[in-house]
Design a protein. Structure first.
Length: 204
């Protein structure tokens, strides 16, 4: 090829070269913020990576702390549910009842009796007429629950009421066997009068 022809050809592009280019500062800042948020999220919400933990709980220990620890705790929790459904309208969530209408269960001598025999009868068949609780007179009626509540439910709610220390009660729990024994012994009847129940011996 003639020299003048070579001179007229376009110059070849430069060969590519490798080199270091500084990364932008904002990228490092963004990565740092993302890492910080990720660690915070895992700390607060991962629950130790246990499949048993989910919101609003943050650890397995917090869930285990809420579980009933014994048969008595299970009965107490069950009784609280029964009380909430059937009893709070009259006796109130606090167990204080309503003045001049429904007597209190908190610190009540009827509730605190060593034997539950009277109060089981009261729940099974109801009560009506003048009754004195904590020195205050009431004159109303409580409906029977014999047909609506099972032995286990009556035992549970009485265990809850009698053992509710927030109400000042600390009487022993009631068992389904105790309720069944009285249910079988005393046939369905009209509502008890307070004086009738007071004549029932603690051992009956």
């Amino acid at each position: 090829m003639k020299p003048e022809r070579i001179a007229s050809l376009p110059a070849s592009p430069a060969e590519p070269t490798a080199g270091a280019v500084p990364a932008p500062v904002w990228l490092f800042v963004a990565m740092g913020l993302l890492a910080f948020w990720s660690l915070h999220f895992l700390e607060a919400d991962a629950g130790g990576f246990s499949h048993k933990v989910y919101r609003p709980y943050t650890s397995l220990a917090s869930i285990e702390a809420l579980q009933p620890k014994s048969e008595g705790d299970v009965m107490f929790a069950s009784g609280q549910r029964v009380f909430t459904i059937y009893c709070t309208v009259c006796h109130q969530p606090t167990g204080q009842g309503l003045p001049n209408q429904f007597p209190p269960l908190a610190a009540s001598e009827w509730v605190a009796a060593p034997s539950p025999n009277r109060i089981i009868r009261l729940v099974l068949d109801g009560i009506q007429g003048p009754i004195t609780v904590k020195g205050v007179g009431f004159n109303g009626a409580m409906p029977p629950w014999r047909e609506l509540l099972k032995d286990e439910e009556i035992a549970a709610v009485l265990t809850y009421v009698r053992g509710n220390q927030n109400w000042g009660n600390s009487a022993p729990p009631v068992t389904p066997e105790q309720v069944k024994a009285i249910r079988d012994k005393v046939a369905a009847r009209s509502a008890w009068l307070p004086d009738e129940l007071l004549k029932v011996a603690e051992t009956e």
